[in-house]
Design a protein around this ligand. Structure first.
Ligand code: ADP
Ligand code: MG
Length: 702
């Protein structure tokens, strides 16, 4: 399970110093085990929230059981027999006068079998499902009842806590119960009551005690959906905690010093003048915002959001030249070697004629070449350095790092970006930071989860782009698609054929691409087909990519390594295998590899039937929608943000209660509350961060 934040910093009262060993049954060994989950004192246990609940508060008559439900039942055995269909199992048919139910055991003892004789009464609990002969429960918990009165039921819902090694549920429940007895009445609620009232949310203690011990009759569906007001109360505080920690980072940045960079340099002008296109309004706007930021004497922290293909690279290049013109070095970091190489090509092509020295540094660069690059970076000859995260590893030094550009930031996290900050020149100045992402998210959410960054949005694509015609076809139609590829190649066009890694298959990751490569090579005869996948050596990948870009390969069979950033304007066909398995953002990223030139492009989504409802909706959405923001909204809706906004993207590594899609409506209150607390109470800010973000929150003190 996830490690919990420590609640140590927040206790103003006596229990602040209470130790875990003050709880009955907790010795040093258990205390240490809990400590590994960041549970350091009894109050921390209250923030270990149940994952789900079981309702053992009432008996459900067999006649009203439904498949999918978990229930307590009281019934009498009608028949118990061992059957040998497919698998030896013990079946026990029950009835209670309202209906029937089968208990099914795959593992059972003779004694068990004997106990379940006709006429025996029992109470059982388990999940009901549809079996071969009506409803059944597989391996229920049960106990035989005597002839006396039935035993009492639970009077509260039973919380099920996240599984924790070496700690049983009953034990955890007991500990939480003790912690509640000890701490409730002393916990400090840092959220102002009037704000909570306005949102119709309960106070902290009410929320916590409800969630650990919901009364019989509590709305299980609501709790399961995570939309109960008590859960929302905690989600609000958790989102607030992360938001606040980002706000602190931002404030800390404001007090740092950076070397101001004048935006309008001759170099940048020259560069823009020699492009064979004009910047779009969105690009100009973003560039103006960047210019204004970099002119300040504290570091810029700006995110440029813009759909795939909107032209973020050119914007970064112009910003880089402004920095170079003031004698600063620029580091440009991409998440993958392939993408970094693409940038190297573009920047070299653009900057070499301007006399600006571009140097390459990646993890795979070794020996003399590496030493030379490091030397040039350290003595300042390297004006622009391009590479992967190798740019910021130990032992890498810059002479005057003035600007850091991070491309496709969802692959990097807050922590990594903060590390970059420390690579300033001589320690007294920080570099400006420009972060670029193609994963758009709704604005209020952006303001909450990117609270450490200012955001520029490029909302239009360069003019003249042809819309990409997207179709979804069952994989039986692959033959037709091959024909289409052959025709396109005959007309001098190029095609990507993407095979995603199929995680749950036993095939080697490279197998799917390799067999597709063989199939296409054979089917396409003379037409040259290349191959690129993640296991290949960087040089081999590079070679394949270059040959494809130069037209020496007409078809490129690839894994999703080409997902981000790759730019070959002549490619007009994108075929995606197993499209039903991919999320909208990923499909959109892949599709964005075509439609970059002035020729009409097409994207074929091959899928394997039957489609789940969700997969059908995704493919349908892909066919209808081309706008990245719209797709992102849809993606949040379909998948939930846990996946869309990976922790690495937002740094919200430890969201335990909140779910950014479900609780998106809390984003605005979070900002309001954040604003209020930052103005009125440093103690509250610190305490809330410590409570929910814990150790990770300390990165606020850059
Ligand atoms: P992304 O925002 O996805 O990183 P790129 O920067 O790779 O997009 O740009 C995509 C393509 O569009 C590149 O070939 C680039 O040269 C081209 N491009 C960028 N800006 C413009 C523009 N204003 N007009 C025409 N083409 C442009
Ligand atoms: Mg890009």
């Amino acid at each position: 399970m996830q490690s919990l934040p420590s609640d140590s910093a927040r206790q103003p009262g006596a229990e602040a110093k209470a130790s875990l060993t003050s709880l009955r049954g907790v010795g040093p060994a258990l205390a240490e085990k809990l400590g590994r989950l960041s549970i350091r004192q009894p109050a921390d246990l209250l923030f270990l929230l149940p994952q789900r609940y079981e309702d053992r508060t009432r008996v459900t008559p067999l006649g009203s059981l439904r498949a999918g439900q978990a229930a307590v039942i009281d019934a009498e055995v009608e028949l118990t027999e061992v059957v040998y269909r497919r698998r030896r199992s013990l079946l026990c048919r029950l009835s209670d006068g309202t209906g029937q139910l089968t208990l099914r055991f795959f593992y059972f003892s003779r004694a068990q079998q004997n106990g379940l004789q006709r006429g025996a009464r029992l109470r059982a609990y388990g999940s009901v499902r549809t079996g071969p002969a009506g409803l059944e429960i597989v391996h229920p918990e049960y106990r035989l009842l005597g002839t006396g009165p039935a035993p009492e039921l639970e009077d509260r819902l039973t919380p099920i806590y996240p599984a924790t090694e070496g700690l049983q549920q009953t034990r955890l429940r007991g500990l939480v119960g003790q912690a509640m007895a000890q701490c409730l009445g002393h916990l400090h609620d840092w959220l102002p009551a009037e704000h909570l009232a306005e949102l119709d949310l309960p106070d902290l203690e009410a929320a916590l005690s409800y969630l650990h011990q919901p009364p019989a009759g509590a709305d299980l569906a609501q709790l399961a959906a995570g939309t109960h007001p008590c859960q929302r109360r905690l989600a609000l505080e958790e989102m607030l905690a992360h938001h606040l920690s980002l706000r602190l980072i931002r404030e800390a940045t404001r007090t740092e010093r950076a070397i101001p960079i004048a935006a309008d340099s001759d170099l940048a002008e020259q560069f823009l003048a020699q492009l064979n296109f004009k910047l779009t309004g969105g690009q100009q706007q973003a560039l103006a915002e960047i210019g204004a930021d970099m002119a300040q004497s504290h570091p810029m922290m700006r995110l440029v959001q813009g759909d795939v293909g909107c032209g973020k690279t050119v914007v970064a290049a112009a910003a880089a030249l402004a920095a170079v013109a003031t004698g600063q070095q620029v580091a440009i970091m991409a998440p993958t070697e392939l993408l970094a190489e693409q940038h190297r090509e573009s920047f070299f092509r653009w900057f070499d004629p301007l006399g600006v020295r571009v140097v390459w540094l990646s993890g795979s660069l070794r020996g003399k070449a590496r030493d030379r690059a490091l030397q040039e970076m350290a003595d300042g000859r390297a004006q622009v350095v391009i590479g992967t995260h190798a740019l910021f590893q130990e032992g890498v030094e810059y002479q005057q790092l003035g600007l850091v550009v991070v491309d496709e930031q969802h692959r990097f996290g807050v922590h990594q970006r903060l590390q970059l900050m420390e690579k300033g020149n001589d320690g007294s100045f920080r570099p400006h930071q420009l972060v670029m992402t193609a994963t758009p998210i709704p604005r209020t959410l952006a303001m909450t989860v990117y609270a450490d960054l200012d955001v520029s949005v490029i909302s239009e694509l360069p003019p003249g782009r042809q819309p990409i015609n997207t179709v979804a076809l069952p994989e039986e139609r692959r033959g037709d698609v091959v024909t289409r590829v052959r025709e396109a190649c005959a007309e001098g066009r190029r095609a990507y054929w993407v095979c995603p890694l199929i995680e749950d298959s036993e095939a080697l990751p490279s197998q799917a691409v390799e067999s597709t490569h063989a199939m296409l090579s054979q089917a396409l005869g003379e037409i040259p087909v290349g191959l690129i996948h993640g296991r290949m050596k960087p040089e081999a990948k590079d070679r394949a990519m270059k040959q494809f870009a130069a037209g020496k390969l007409s078809v490129l069979v690839a894994t999703t390594v080409i997902e981000v950033g790759v730019d070959v304007p002549e490619a007009t066909l994108m075929i995606i295998e197993n499209a039903e398995r991919m999320g909208l953002s990923q499909l959109h990223q892949l599709r964005g590899r075509v439609g970059r030139g002035s020729d009409a492009s097409a994207c074929v989504l091959l899928y394997r039937a039957p489609l789940s409802r969700l997969a059908r909706e995704r493919l349908d959405t892909m066919r209808r929608v081309s706008d990245g923001f719209e797709l992102a909204r849809k993606d949040l809706e379909l998948r939930g943000p846990g996946e869309v906004l990976g922790t690495r993207q937002t740094g919200l590594a430890q969201l335990r209660v909140a779910d950014l899609a479900r609780d998106a409506d809390l984003a605005l209150p979070v900002q309001t509350l954040g604003q209020h607390l930052l103005k009125t109470s440093t103690a509250a800010v610190q305490a809330i961060i410590a409570r929910w973000v814990g150790e990770a929150g300390r990165f606020g003190q850059v």
